[in-house]
Design a protein around this ligand. Sequence first.
Ligand code: PLP
Length: 487
Amino acid sequence: MGADAGVAGYGGGGIVVEDKRNLDPEDWQDFASEAHALLDQAIARMAAAGEGPVWRPLPAEMQAGLQAGLPTRGAGQAAVAEQLAALLPYGVGNTHPRFFGWVHGSGGAASLLAEIAAAAMNANLGGRDHGAIYVEKQVVAWVRQMLGFPEGASGLVVSGTSMATIVALKVARDARIAARAAGVGAHRLVGYASTEAHNCVARAFDMLGLGADALRAVPVNAAFEMDLGALGEMVATDRAAGREPFLLVGTAGSVNVGAFDDLAALADIAAAEGLWLHVDGAFGAAGVLSEVLRPRLKGIERADSVAFDFHKWLHVNYDAGFVLLRDAALHLAAFEGAPDYLASCERGLAAGRPWPVDYGPELSRGFRALKIWAQITALGTGALGAAISRNCAQALALAEMVDAEPSLERLAPVASSVVVFAHVDGDAVTEDIVLRLQESGLAVPSLTTVNGRRAVRVNITNHRTRDADLRVLVDGVTAAIKRGFSG
Ligand SMILES: *Cc1c(COP(=O)(O)O)cnc(C)c1O
């Protein structure tokens, strides 16, 4: 019988309530001292972000420890605290001042505090009328102001730009065809993004039933910006073939080389052609806070939707993305539809519609908005923008150092935070440089391909990077070449 015994007991007239424990710690005082100790270790780890290797693989014995069987008996909070502390040094490395791989933010102290408060509240931000919802509304209002959008614009905190893109493109799709109930059917919708656009756009086309092939790859010019002449021709060709152009995607900060499409020109074209303008500003949109980058973002305030991340150049801890829609009514029309159990009321906890669930695919949602709110409140847009400007200056300085090395060749102009270069002896040498650097723990650039050549890709979206770190990187590159190829 086992677990059924209580039910049988109930049926027999005797309710057995012998166990008054819940799942909380047995002794909150003990828990408090364990928690304070872990907090000290976590803060020490953040304060020493620049010490030690940038990246180190998880040791074999710790990997083995994470392959244990499913525990039936708990080990207790003290044991958990110990294992959490042990894990602290084994992140991606993006908190280190010499992390330059892919596009990662470096995070910060405000997120640590906010995550503690969020954990204590355990709020569900799918909807309803409670404190956390007002924090997210504040974040939405700040984003509107940051990007120069009108009062009627709506927004949603999401996991990242990939999810933000799905939400934005669904609104764009549903604004054009009635697909919510009927499905996309034999639609002939097509959209346009440059060859440098992030593949989250093609993935969104795939997931929304439009098909990734319906996203046209528009060639770029020598600065890796969308070729507007080519765009015009492709739109005309598609129309002549009976297809229906509906979407234009501008990239503000391309992942490969950091280029910015001419957003003002794209806004003009979108208006003339009747296309929805979506901007992928995953890291670049944050540039509106920087004196240096703001001019490159002119036109973003005319977009129909923008997807961007707080976890990249705004250094909120992972994960924190955002989608902004110009027209709240279209946004609602793409996601609204409450079943009985989610009906709202004029008063009480179920008041305050529309709720976040009316603006996106997720019902249960955590309190990501709190760490965003905390970061902006603690630092202000001035300091966040200045850190972006400093990274742009560092990218230019690094480009000069690379240009001064005869064995290295730069593969693209520096548009923002990214410097790409190759070794003159070819792809294999270039790849080896990057892998050696990563494995040495000295610095972490990543690899990409630019105009068909393998490239060392250094992206500086890192508020902890100092100019001296760039020298260490360049010296590391030249040392890797010597160690690897001349003895
Ligand atoms: C990082 C990035 C994305 C994807 O964003 P996630 O937050 O990782 O989902 C999309 N576009 C660009 C340009 C990016 O740099």
